[in-house]
Ligand binder design. Structure first.
Ligand SMILES: Cc1ncc(COP(=O)(O)O)c(C=O)c1O
Length: 423
């Protein structure tokens, strides 16, 4: 090869390399599912950003969860992941459970008022002042009996002493569930022997405190890289730690064997692993029922996404015209067909991924906005002003709180609006 051929070959390789980086056209019109939904929203929606829940898919997910639960264990709904009282009421009825795991004091007061027959386990240790505010705001103590229906989560002897002081001050009796660390290392008792001093304090104050069980949350078992440990090994290890606490309990206080205690475990990522054998007698899960994108994991493969954000298109333009680079308006689309059109939508910057129409993308050069987000798409994306862009939230617990009432639908037809708990 002479020098000229060598240079030409180099240029050809460079061009081929650059062309291989050229983005392909990812655009497509709505599929049938989102086409129907968009039409329904245009007929009966409010034309503001909304969170939508597909009740048929939710029903399927509840059925999948029930099939995954060992029949010997109860199901407890994780309320923070489904933060609408009506949604919780719907799931309680369908899943046949009155057990909720609650993580927020104002939510606890609301639930106690709206669903006085529920059984609540707190999902995190609340500052004692927040517990005090619960009692001060609790206005239906005869229908929701906290001493029987509410388990406070306690993670240390110091916190237990604070709660004891509060129980004495308020002259109430509190159920105490103890958080144990089964490998996640997010706090709680580390060693079974730590239990002894807490049990002693509870047993010395029967007028104010009663022991109700353990909570051992284990989502880490599906996240440990398999090169370190298999999922099954990680699960068995966390179960062995849990079992160690139960054995210590029965050794120190055998009388508890006669009593039904609450041994709570799992979370959406790990619930399926408990099917064959578990030391828990109840399992918690919430997010899997609406399946945000963070829950696209192998253990939840049988669940379907059931919640979407819908927001109207406000503006539509051809090309991509950016400040100070107006000359490139038609050059951007020559490189990336997904920049053939520009839309501005109502709101934006949610913890969410574009879902429909396919092939929409943000624009890093323009930046992001919570007010009017820029969205690019190819000419195959055939939406117009007042159509809707659909997103899939990446998680539910915070994203659900960023909209007004939830909109429920079946087969694309809007059914109802369900309030969200904001405080
Ligand atoms: C104590 C506890 N249990 C269970 C869960 C599981 O919730 P989800 O099923 O929504 O992931 C969580 C989530 O943070 C948790 O903190």
């Amino acid at each position: 090869m002479n020098r000229r051929q060598f240079i030409l070959a180099g240029v050809a390789v460079g061009v081929a390399g650059a062309l291989s980086l050229k983005p392909s056209d990812n655009g497509a019109p709505y599929n049938e599912y989102f086409n129907v939904l968009n039409n329904s929203l245009k007929e009966g929606g409010d034309f503001i950003p909304s969170m939508l829940v597909d009740l048929d898919l939710l029903d399927n997910n509840i059925a999948v969860l029930k099939a995954q639960l060992n029949p010997a264990v109860d199901y407890r709904i994780v309320a923070k992941s489904l933060p609408s009282p009506s949604l919780l009421g719907y799931i309680m009825e369908k899943a046949n459970t009155n057990k909720l795991m609650v993580f927020h004091q104002p939510f606890l007061n609301h639930i106690a008022r709206e669903y006085p027959n529920v059984d609540v386990l707190m999902g995190k240790p609340m500052p004692v002042k927040a517990a005090e505010i619960f009692y001060q705001s609790h206005d239906n103590p005869d229908s929701f009996k906290a001493e029987l229906q509410l388990q406070w989560l306690i993670d240390s002897e110091a916190r237990l002493s604070q709660y004891l002081a509060l129980a004495k001050a308020l002259q109430v009796r509190m159920q105490v569930n103890i958080e144990i660390d089964v490998g996640l290392h997010r706090g709680g008792l580390q060693e079974a022997a730590e239990l002894d001093s807490l049990l002693k304090l509870i047993q010395e104050n029967p007028q104010y405190l009663s022991f109700s069980g353990f909570m051992g949350y284990d989502p880490h078992v599906v996240k440990i890289p398999s090169i370190i440990m298999s999922q099954e090994q990680a699960y068995q290890q966390s179960q062995a730690i849990y079992q160690g606490f139960i054995e210590r309990l029965y050794l120190q206080a055998p009388e508890y064997k006669k009593q039904k205690l609450c041994f709570n475990g799992a979370g959406s990522p790990s619930v399926a692993l408990h099917k064959e054998k578990t030391v828990a007698n109840e399992l918690s899960a919430g997010s899997c029922l609406v399946k945000p994108t963070d829950f696209d994991i192998p253990t939840l493969a049988d669940y379907s996404p059931a919640a979407y954000i819908a927001t109207p298109v406000l503006k539509k333009m051809s090309g991509t015209k950016l400040p100070a680079t107006e000359f490139a308006q038609n050059i951007f689309p020559m490189w990336d067909k997904n920049m053939q059109q520009t839309f501005f939508i109502y709101g934006g910057k949610w913890l969410a991924h574009y879902e429909s129409p396919k092939g929409l993308q943000g624009n890093g050069l323009f930046g992001t906005s919570t007010n009017q987000e820029i969205v690019n798409g190819s000419n195959k994306v055939n939406i117009n002003v007042d159509d809707h862009v659909f997103f899939r939230p990446s998680q539910s617990e915070f994203v659900f709180l960023q909209f007004g009432d939830l909109i429920t639908y079946r087969r694309g037809q809007l059914i109802d609006t369900w309030e969200i708990l904001h405080s």
